[in-house]
Ligand binder design. Structure first.
Ligand code: FE
Ligand code: CA
Length: 458
């Protein structure tokens, strides 16, 4: 049998940090876009070796073992490591048949009593065709404790027949929209070959939730968003979630057409990260579904952490536009659900969002129009990594929405530091995405005081 080609072409990743463990990920793919065999792999199970060390040179290996890579799961590898020290850096790598992967750095969460600060970044909306993921390269250089990905990790669209000039920077192979497991796998492979994305995964553990484009534009619950049948859509969703799992360091498998995305990731006494799913359980005017809503309200109510970080995909605050109606795809389309979440929200609520391809900072308050009304928390909406923004008229947005303190349509990410007193968010932007090498600047900074935004950079 011929020797396998270098199989770690899609990089390595880690995620889901707990105080004693993480998930390590890779996928074997010597020929990532092979037309008939996923990843160019033979149709048989393989065994991959992994090592975890306290140092980057692997002189102090603390754990090692083997893990299966099954053809049914596109030869993806998910290693559940436990028994680690809290709030500690670790380094990991994989090997098979003499090939060794790059080294990834990961980090465990702190123990329950920790008051040490947490440094994390959040990102969303990385459309491959729309540009270079330079922002993720800069993010990697920050070596945060944690990266949150708030959705649109891939886009399912095919290559358009007549792309608009200036918007189609990096061509895709396929003109067809992803609808099958094979097509979603190829799309992830295309994205995962990106060196900037690989650098960001190798720099820190990630906690990711999908939004719509991991499946289909604007899907909600069992509805595809195009009037198609729920039965056909649920089959497509099952394929999409399977491919999502195969390419993320997740703790849970998909089950049929479902994937358990809502979860709690505690970070000592400083922060409770509450990841919410704002797609899968939508029904009628209900954003979260009864079960998830109860979970979220109980977690918000019971949280003893200084900051309750509600990390989810879609715009949470009210948002009015000069011409269009309010967005039915965001929380504005589900105002009763939003009101119920806010009624349960204690002091220290920080909502994080993506989806809209522009950066915003919002005061969440009892009456959106009245600055004197009760402050309920803040929302930081991240910019897109590359996806082209829809609206760019900052003065119109700010004028119509007195609770919105900041709006900007450059690409980038948000870098946050939270401790027992402060929550700080810095908006980082790249100067361009149509070619590599863009420098990074910080375009706005905020702190949260008494549940209100305070701008720190002007
Ligand atoms: Fe998007
Ligand atoms: Ca989206």
């Amino acid at each position: 049998m011929a020797k396998m080609g270098y199989p770690f072409t899609l990089g390595v990743a880690s995620g889901e940090p707990l105080s004693d463990g993480v998930i390590l990920w890779t996928r074997l793919a010597p020929d990532p876009l092979h037309p008939t065999q996923p990843g160019g792999m033979p149709n048989r199970a393989m065994t991959v070796r992994w090592e975890l060390a306290e140092d980057e040179a692997f002189t102090k290996v603390v754990q090692s073992g083997t893990a299966p890579a099954q053809p049914d799961w596109a030869h993806s590898v998910h290693v559940r490591v436990a028994g680690l020290r809290p709030a500690a850096d670790y380094f990991y790598r994989f090997s098979i048949e003499g090939h060794v992967s790059r080294v990834g750095r990961t980090r465990t969460a702190p123990g329950p009593d920790s008051t040490a600060p947490v440094r994390f970044c959040f990102v969303s909306c990385q459309r491959y065709e729309h540009g270079h993921f330079t922002a993720l390269r800069h993010l990697a250089a920050e070596r945060p404790d944690l990266v949150l990905h708030l959705g649109d990790y891939i886009y399912e669209y095919g290559k358009p027949k007549n792309p608009k000039p200036g918007r189609y920077v990096r061509p895709l192979e396929s003109t067809a929209e992803c609808t099958t497991l094979g097509a979603y796998r190829d799309r992830y492979a295309r994205y995962k070959m990106d060196p900037d994305l690989q650098a960001a995964h190798a720099a820190a553990p990630w906690v990711a939730i999908p939004d719509d484009h991991e499946v289909r534009d604007n899907w909600a619950g069992a509805l595809p968003g195009d009037g198609g049948s729920p039965a056909a859509f649920l089959k497509r969703r099952a394929a999409a979630f399977k491919a999502y799992y195969e390419h993320q360091p997740l703790r849970v498998h998909p089950s049929g057409s479902g994937l358990q995305n809502y979860r709690w990731r505690p970070w000592g006494r400083v922060a409770d990260f509450l990841l919410a799913d704002t797609r899968q359980y939508r029904e009628g005017r209900d954003m979260l579904g009864a079960e998830q809503e109860k979970w979220l309200k109980d977690r918000l109510h019971g949280s003893a952490a200084r900051w309750k970080v509600l990390a989810q995909a879609v715009f949470f605050s009210q948002r009015r536009f000069p011409l269009e109606p309010v967005s039915a795809d965001a929380w504005d389309g589900y105002p009763d659900s939003r009101a119920r979440v806010l009624a349960a929200a204690p002091d220290g609520l920080v909502v994080l969002s993506g989806d809209v391809h522009s950066a915003y900072a919002c005061d969440v308050r009892a009456d959106w129009a009245d600055p004197a009304s009760r402050a309920l928390g803040v929302e930081f909406v991240g910019p897109s990594v590359t996806s082209v923004p829809g609206i760019t008229d900052a003065s119109a947005i700010l004028e119509l929405n007195p609770h919105i303190a900041f709006f900007d349509s450059r690409h980038g990410y948000v870098s946050c530091v939270a401790d027992m007193e402060n929550f700080r968010a810095d908006y980082r932007a790249v100067a361009f995405v149509d070619r590599p090498g863009a420098p990074l600047t910080t375009i706005a900074g905020f702190e949260v005081k008494e549940n209100r935004l305070h701008r720190t950079d002007v």
